[in-house]
Design a protein around this ligand. Structure first.
Ligand SMILES: Cc1cc2nc3c(=O)[nH]c(=O)nc-3n(C[C@H](O)[C@H](O)[C@H](O)COP(=O)(O)O)c2cc1C
Length: 196
């Protein structure tokens, strides 16, 4: 792949909303997870871990999502429960990203969270590069007891959502408008005081 093809791959990336089987096989999933492990990581603390949910495991995930909603709210209408459940079936598999901060005097928790967050984007790109669609999703509640047990969550760990992965049903990649760099980028190049 040429440098300009790699640039286009990055510049044109889009999330996929409709994902179906086939999902990546175990070897491919492991390739995606390995790319998750390449993110910038101050002190190489690896402040993250992953849970792969696939196939019938989605039933457990669906139950855990509903349980989280019920424990957060006390009760939930059937419709809301169904909506939470459907998140687990939006794709044939999910890679759940767990922020797992490490005790460290020099590297604050926010840096570790930044590093863990990069894994989501890295795995979306890796899935795309391997021919699969992907999208990062999340939910609005604390994990609840069932998810805590299922994902073996420890005291300071947090669920940063999950990456849905599968085959794109149809390519619905609309182009995105480019960033207005006048608003989003500031150059400090020694010329910034030229007018004053
Ligand atoms: C941490 C995180 C959680 C997200 N959760 C959701 C979500 O629950 N639902 C959703 O529609 N998009 C969610 N998104 C946004 C999508 O992943 C995606 O970026 C968005 O649909 C825009 O598509 P694009 O990536 O092609 O620009 C989340 C993104 C991040 C970084």
């Amino acid at each position: 792949m040429s440098a300009s093809e790699i640039y286009s791959f990055l510049a044109q990336r889009r999330s996929s909303s409709v994902l179906v089987e086939p999902r990546p096989d175990r070897d491919t999933v492991e390739k995606i997870l390995q790319v998750g492990g390449t993110v910038p990581d101050h002190g190489s603390l690896k402040p993250y871990r992953f849970v792969v949910v696939e196939g019938e495991g989605r039933e457990t995930f669906a139950d855990a999502l509903v349980n989280a909603g019920l424990e957060a709210k006390g009760s939930l209408e059937e419709k809301k429960q169904a909506k939470l459940k459907s998140k687990a079936y939006a794709a044939p598999m999910q890679i759940v990203i767990i922020f797992s901060p490490k005790e460290n005097e020099k590297i604050p928790e926010w840096e570790q969270m930044a590093s863990a967050s990069c894994t989501g984007y890295a795995m979306v790109l890796a899935a795309n590069a391997l021919g699969f669609g992907a999208v990062w999703k999340s939910f609005a509640f604390d994990p609840g007891s069932l998810m805590t047990r299922t994902f073996q969550l420890q005291a300071r760990e947090r669920v940063l959502g999950w990456v849905n992965i599968g085959t794109e049903k149809e390519r619905e990649r609309s182009s995105r408008s480019p960033l207005d760099l006048k608003k989003f980028a500031l150059y400090v190049d020694g010329k910034e005081c030229a007018d004053g």
